[in-house]
Design a protein around this ligand. Sequence first.
Ligand code: GLN
Length: 208
Amino acid sequence: MKIGVLALHGAVIEHIQTLRSIGVEAVTVRLPEDLDGLSGLILPGGESTTMRKLTARWGLHDPIMAFARSGAPILGTCAGMIIVAKEIAGGEEPVFPLLDVTVRRNAFGRQLDSFETELPMPIVGDRPVHAIFIRAPIIERVGPGVEVLARLPDDRVVAVRQRNVIAIAFHPELAGETRIHHLVATMAAEWSNPGEGTGERRLAGEAM
Ligand code: GLN
């Protein structure tokens, strides 16, 4: 099983290292054919405007949409979260309209431009996630069918999932946090090998 990291711009190597540290084969994605044989894709942080331009220039827009629509797990972090949102506050066109949320870019103003906090995120366990926010976006609207995975103490939403797409406003790959990558790897294994995952599924398969 291989997971790709979109490598046109942004915090790429840290995601590759985080995946490798948990024993997952990780490759960079720069061309449409790099998606072949992948079981998941990470869209890293960086500058979403640059990622918008580069994905179009390298012919990656439609192949990434098709890959996501096939059900392969996608993780967007920070700028990656902005580019998977169906709506960007202020009226910018969406890039990969996959996730029924409205995001606001650079949502924390000057004083909180960048900060770190311990963030409860029950889906990865009881221990909070050490979350690093860097000129981070926020999720202002959560559509039906979107699961909230984490909120700040003031209730603002910073992590969500809708089916195969996870989006988080912070940078786990800069904090030595591996559990979110682990979750994506589990989803990827399940997607690429349905029936091999849980005992329940195996039983369902046997009954057929
Ligand atoms: N501020 C960036 C943007 O709006 C995102 C920052 C990040 O990915 N760390 O695209």
